[in-house]
Every structure is written in C-alpha cells, then in structure tokens.
Design a protein around this ligand. Structure first.
Ligand code: DAH
Length: 339
C-alpha cells in the first residue's frame, strides 16, 4: 500500500492541467466520494497495526498534495484566462492625465494677481481663531448676533476658540504685528453654521483686503475696487455703492457690479436689476485701529471682504454652490487655468 501511495504522490506532483476540464477530472479522480483518497482511507482499516502510523501519514500527505495542486492550477488557469482575449498591452507607458485647477483656486489666484499689481501683499491667519481676533478687536459688541451659536462653530473644549467666521480676523493679526503703511489681502477658508443649499455652505472662501496709511480716504477705496472690478469682469464693468453696516467699518458699504451676464440690461442672474452684489467694504473703524495698537489720529484705512464662491459663480455662471465641493470630474474638467 505504501508503494502505491508513493506512486500516486509522484503522479500528483507531475500533473498539470491545460484547461479546467482536465483539472476537474483530476479532482474527481482523487477527491470524489468514490475517488482514490476515500478508497485509500477505506483500505486503511485492513493495514496491519505496525504500519498504520506511517500509512496514515502518507495518505494525509497525498490528500494535501492533491488539494494544493488543485489550488495552484486553478490560480494559474484563472490568470491565463484573464489575459487571453484582453487588449491590455502591458508594455505601453502609463497614461498620466493632467489635473486642472479647481475653479475656486483659479479665481482666488486671479484676485491675488489683480491686487498684487497695485502693491498688495498676501497674508494668512489661523482657521481656528480666538474670540479677540474674530470678534472683539473687530468691534463686535458683546451681544452681537454673529457671536451666536447659530452662526459660529465653537470649539467645545475651549469656549474662547471657534472656527473663524470671516477672514477679517487676519486684518487684526496683520495690524498687531506691523505698522502702516499696510496693504494686504488675505484669502482663506471660513466656516459658518448654516444649512447647505445652492446658495450657502458651512465652509466657504473669502478674500479680505486692508489698506492703512496716512490720508487714506473713501475715494481711495472706491478707485481701488473700481480697478479690481474692471480687471476681473472686463473693462465695461460699472460699480455702485450702497450704504450698509459692519461693526468694523464706519462708514460701511456694499458694492454691486453691473451684471456681467446681461451687461446691465436685466436677466435672471441679476434678478432683472442689472446689478449684482459682490462685496462689503468701508473705512476701518478707529476702534479697530486702536485695538490693534495703531495710532487712529494719524492713520486711516479701508477694508473690504468678498466671497470667492459668489464671484466664481458670477464669472462662470455656476448656479449651484455645492458643485464646488462635490469634486465631480465632469464639472471640474471644464476649468482650465494658465497657472
Ligand atoms: N467680514 C465680512 C463678512 O464676512 C465681509 C466684510 C465686510 C469685510 C466689510 C470687510 C468689510 O473688511 O469692510 O461678511
């Protein structure tokens, strides 16, 4: 019996299958109910006592060899059938698709470019901000509704910290560590506890601007923003200012540009008014200068803040803000940038 098993072991070792049918026949021959292995176990009963141990071990070795062979050949056949008929050419160099810039980055870079041409630097600040930089130094009264839980994401462990609700906080940081003349813009991410819709998101992007020097006037503000609007939307763009209120500027205004879609004639984008609002601005409140240790007798300044999403929507006629955050390639591929 031992000889017989050794022969069978050699047979298993040498076996190879060209197709799944041959492999299946091999399996049936050895492992099916009436196959070789069960019949060897049946014969085992008549093996004399002194040979039992070794014979038993041999039968088990044979069974394992058969099982391993089947697994090995099955993998091999699977692999071969996967390759057959496939048009894969593994020797081809890999395709390396070039990414495109995100539309919000394109517009942010364009805004930075426009302001850097007239001497503005770029500054940044932290996204987790303390109450002083986000609110107090910006002249928000204690009970101002913007401090309310509904608008602000507070950091649970420290009630003094929150996710910044606007990039105006960077103004404060810049003024704290430098003296006029200051001419800077601060692009960045901001956070507000708002329901997500086609027009609003809890995360969005702003660019803050700040100009502080001797004799800075509202005329400088107007001229700077007029230049900006024409560079961004085209040289026929008109601007207008409407009085508004922000705690950190006095006087404050909101700026509209003539609708870039209909050229001011009226369309559904501008709600048939010919104008679209793009930013808030004003003369820096003397209280803010004082909180940042800048002499408010000697210096004056202007500031402005705009939402990058809103401007991008106008520029590219995107009607749902959520598209900017969904990373759908069909949307993103439509935007190309020089840099
Ligand atoms: N921080 C304001 C906001 O988030 C935008 C803003 C308005 C910034 C007027 C300014 C400004 O600097 O002068 O809505």
């Amino acid at each position: 019996m031992k000889d017989k098993i050794n022969h069978l072991l050699a047979e298993v070792e040498a076996f190879s299958a060209e197709n799944t049918e041959q492999l299946e026949a091999f399996r049936i021959k050895f492992l099916s109910k009436k196959g070789i292995i069960p019949s060897l176990f049946a014969d085992f009963k008549s093996v004399p006592q002194e040979d039992r141990r070794e014979t038993g071990r041999l039968i088990n070795t044979l069974k394992q060899a058969v099982q391993q062979k089947i697994i090995f050949l099955k993998d091999k056949l699977d692999e071969q059938s996967g390759m057959q008929g496939s048009t894969l050419d593994l020797s081809l160099p890999a395709e390396t698709p070039l990414g495109t810039r995100h539309p919000l980055s394109i517009v942010r870079n364009e805004i930075i470019d426009i302001f850097s041409r007239i001497g503005f630097s770029v500054s940044e600040g932290p996204e987790i901000e303390d109450d002083f930089h986000n609110f107090t130094a910006l002249n928000f009264p204690e009970e101002h509704p913007a401090r309310d839980m509904q608008d602000t994401f507070f950091i649970e462990k420290d009630p003094d910290l929150a996710l910044r609700t606007h990039t105006s906080s960077v103004q404060v940081r810049v003024m704290e560590k430098s003296q006029p003349p200051i001419r800077t813009i601060s692009p960045g991410r901001v956070f507000r506890n708002e329901a997500i819709s086609a027009r609003a998101h809890c995360i969005f992007h702003q660019v803050e601007g700040l100009y502080v020097d001797e004799n800075v006037s509202f005329t400088d503000l107007k001229q700077t923003l007029f230049y900006f609007a024409r560079e961004l939307f085209g040289k026929h763009t008109k601007i207008r200012f409407r009085p508004s209120f922000f705690p950190f500027t006095e006087p404050s205004a909101e700026m509209d540009v003539s609708c870039n879609i209909c050229g001011g004639k009226g369309c559904n984008i501008c709600k048939y008014t010919g104008w679209v609002e793009i930013l808030g601005c004003g003369m820096v409140d003397p209280n803010v200068l004082e909180a940042c240790h800048i002499d408010n007798e000697k210096y004056t300044g202007f500031a402005f803040g705009m939402g990058i999403e809103r401007i991008t929507m106008l520029k590219y006629q995107v009607n749902d803000l959520r598209l900017f955050f969904e990373n759908d390639l069909r949307f993103l591929k439509q935007f190309q940038a020089a840099r």
